[in-house]
Design a protein around this ligand. Structure first.
Ligand SMILES: Cc1cc2nc3c(=O)[nH]c(=O)nc-3n(C[C@H](O)[C@H](O)[C@H](O)COP(=O)(O)O)c2cc1C
Length: 207
């Protein structure tokens, strides 16, 4: 699938087949994320992969935590989003590294990585949906990440590469989003988008 087709035909997938995604497929998708542009080339994204029992615990914690906080209209979609995470064979939590203070390019870098992953997954015949509804329960999710991380990755090279820029990058900072990943069990219609003219201001005419 070429890039134009991938961009044109990707849709958010919220129904997944009961079919596992392989570690090789997940690694290919993470590799696409890792090739995104990043501010100062600091690679501000960190990936946490949940499947099987770990994913069940993650979804349970999300559901319990959302019940404990005051509801606002924006939370209306949380139940559905957590159901999607339950049904998808894989959930990738995407975190950013620490803030630089004042300016915030991290979220831009991490979002670029997420979009690369969505397009890569789509080009492999897999489906994804970008889920922000995890942010309402971020503290509960961070507890899971701190308690359940498997092994300790060697972060020395990463830390050294950022120290020379005068900043200390920890392993994982704030949560940015979850990506539910699996084989699509739906084929949503491609909706027309707003006309480019409605979204764009030109400052000089180009013929
Ligand atoms: C930053 C961001 C956050 C999103 N959060 C959620 C979410 O929490 N739950 C969900 O079902 N979809 C979520 N989506 C998916 C959007 O609803 C979806 O991209 C939009 O409706 C356009 O549809 P399409 O992706 O099929 O083109 C999110 C998308 C983005 C970019």
């Amino acid at each position: 699938m070429d890039i134009d087709e991938a961009i044109r035909t990707r849709r958010s997938i919220r129904k997944f087949k009961d079919k596992q995604v392989t570690k090789g497929q997940i690694l290919d998708i993470l590799d696409a994320g890792n090739r995104a542009p990043s501010a100062k080339n600091i690679v501000q994204w960190r990936f946490h992969i949940f499947q099987g029992e770990a994913k069940k615990r993650l979804v349970k914690v999300c559901r319990e935590a959302i019940e404990k906080i005051p509801k606002i209209p924006l939370m209306a979609s949380t139940r559905n989003s957590y159901n999607i995470m339950e049904q998808a064979p894989v959930v990738i939590l995407v975190l950013q590294t620490c803030e630089w203070g004042g300016i915030s390019p991290e979220i831009q870098s991490v979002s670029a990585a997420i979009q690369n992953m969505l397009l890569k997954a789509h080009s492999m015949g897999l489906g994804t949906v970008w889920i922000n509804d995890v942010l309402f329960v971020e503290p509960a999710i961070m507890e899971i990440l701190n308690s359940e991380k498997l092994g300790t990755e060697n972060k020395t090279a990463l830390l050294e590469s950022t120290k020379k820029l005068g900043i200390e990058i920890g392993f994982s900072g704030p949560l940015i989003a979850a990506i539910a990943l699996g084989y699509p069990d739906e084929d949503p219609k491609r909706e027309p988008r707003f006309n480019i003219d409605e979204l764009t201001t030109w400052y000089e005419k180009i013929e």
